[in-house]
Design a protein around this ligand. Sequence first.
Ligand code: BGC
Ligand code: NOJ
Length: 817
Amino acid sequence: MRYGHFDDQRREYVITQPNTPLPWINYLGCEAYFGIISNTAGGYSFYRDARLRRLTRYRYNNAPFDVGGRYLYLRDNDRGEFWSPSWQPTRTKLDKYECRHGMGYTTISSSYSKIEAQTTYFVPLGETLEIWKFQVTNRRKKTAKLSLFSSIEFCLWDAQDDATNFQRNFSTGQVEIVDEVIYHKTEYRERRNHFAYFACSEKLAGFDTQRDTFLGAYRSWDNPAAVERGKSFNSVAHGWAPHGSHHVKINLKPGETKEIIFVLGYHENPVDRKFDPPNSQTINKQTVKPVIAKYLDGKNVTAAFERLQHYWDDLLGIYQVQSPDIHANRMVNIWNAYQCMATFNMSRSASFYESGIGRGLGFRDSNQDLLGFVHMVPARARERILDLSATQLKTGGAFHQYQPLTKRGNNDIGSGFNDDPHWLILGVAAYLKETGDWSILDEPVQFENEPGSEQPLYEHLRRSFNYTLERTGPHGLPLIGRADWNDCLNLNCFSDTPGQSFQTTTNKDGTVAESVFIAGLFVMAGKELAAIAKKRKLNQEAERCLAEAAKMEKVIYQHGWDGAWFVRAYDDFGKPIGSKVCEEGKIFIESQGMCIMAGIGLKDGKAKQALASVNKHLATKHGIVLQQPAFTKYHISLGEISSYPPGYKENAGIFCHNNPWIIISETMVGNGDRAFDYYTRINPSAREKIGDMHRCEPYVFAQMIAGKDAPTHGEAKNSWLTGTAAWTYFTVTQWILGIRTDYDGLRVDPVIPAKWKSFTVTRRFRGNTYVIEVRNPKGKQRGVKKLLVNGKEIAGNVLPVRPPQSKPIQVEAVLEG
Ligand code: BGC
Ligand code: NOJ
């Protein structure tokens, strides 16, 4: 069953019925001001940090699942009936409904009783505000007398406090209402210099700013008292729950259309000009008035919307493919790249599954997110790398998370996730390969955000690498610490106390449990660091990295190979995990992918053998599960992984994030058919046809699809904010289509299905546009034997960097291997 369809031309997903299995959402904003919006206008907005600067309130895990948002109500004043043009919250049966999620905007259209409505929500580039452009048309034969009510609930800034500290918060709320603008200024009188505003382009018939007056006692969003009676109460919030609602009266002749604009925004005032008049407690509005006026003007709204579209034209134009597979095309050309922007901005902080108060930006996550983002806005990738590395500990370890507003490491979570530092090496390597900007390595960067501790970024990378060398266990493998990539493999935790965090509790000294996964990661990062050192002419340093990587490789062969696949780890008793000797969890995906990506086992057949084992034990038609057999009981020595029912999340779920590691590994052994098959199994577009089973959005990857041990095998959860976005994008663009960035150029090394006859990639890279046509006349899966650049054959398969040219560079590659 489908709930809509792709409109690739317009780069939109069109949802044609409002009651999707789960809310299907989109993101507004891609710089500093963000919003989440569902297909029925649910969601909320924030400035930079979903926890500390929440503008509007949202209650998670509600019933229905998604209540609260950017709501509008239309009321027919003659008939006295009212409805929501976005279906929620009244859920009136609409005659027509359509939601178009596009690049940075969402348009919801509907028709009810011959009144058509359409609202487009977006955030203009460079602004800290969102626009709701509302249009209403009367298709009746008679004049329609309508009322329009807007509705948002203000959040008292810190979303965590807002949801818990009622004894205080019920007494702090404050607003001002001037002209057609509602200003939310809770705590402005004291330590905040910021406020929110909600403006309307029309003269108001009334307003409400106190939620409970607007709704009325014992009523909810589906039946607000003000809307029902057709008249606002002009309530002024003092404490309780500040709210924003405008009431506009609209008389529409037959066929007439009216446009009304709402602007919801965030504004900061200079400390010395907070109040106007200066000694009052009234917000100085002079600084914000021009912005409000600008966007209440339809012409400016149209221009801002066009700018946003050009912005995305440009970003998406960096990598475009035309291949025989429509699902790969639309994910690469549109949605996967777009999802990479969201994961770059949000990390794992704010989605419909991440509450915005739980986590800041993850060190490991953000570094991996760069893989799918760095080509789009390299300058922001650079800034992110420098921010992340400034939270690095002097030991080379890392704060596991940081808050984007303060850019400081999060002390509550702390450090000790022993894979973390290596992702920095890989993130920086991706940046260097994309940009060739070697100057970043010389940037002075603090440790632990301590002034005076600055060292060149390159030194941070060295410490990342050394961190593991200084922390090996009894087998010579890296100690795992609190967890490695798999946050739920908690080998030093041994928790028997309800409510303890598996990630931050350590009841063991951590000197025994080891990770084969980190060993593989270390080898991969070591090889990258060696390549970087070599480019900096630090030959000895390069040799050292390679020697240490080779040493670790030997240890992996000795203690990390189980006979038919790579072992996953050793527990606190020194016993293997992910081995045939285990009763449950005999084989894990992570170490297979990571060791092979690091190049281990490619020469002696072990890689192929491990991949055959993955295929036999872990692959399902919905993707590759994390391990088998699933844990059926709680293993105190393993931690959170065994706390999930079999088939979910880290306990044998299809954890999509690491499927690409196997896909890359398959390309490394030249198996294009299987690589692409695995890719298609988790590709949301290819799963659109099983929407009732998949349930999440068909246009973005989900973190997890329930594994074969789960009763709901095939059901996706936790869409949007997942490392799957960057890894699938990186995998399909660089390893399957094989247009791969390298330190000195663009490598052309596709590994594709044998039945593909040809495909074309357009890639902008270091100032040039390459149009690369790959032909496969003999039905091969790999092996570029001929590479023509502007008609001339070149040796090897790397397109060297060239000075920018005015015309696109035509490349022809022929597979013959
Ligand atoms: C989840 C992991 C996640 C971790 C973050 C766990 O409950 O299963 O996927 O990485 O929480 O703290
Ligand atoms: C989600 C977390 O954000 C990520 O850091 C972790 O690697 C995976 N879960 C696997 O546990």
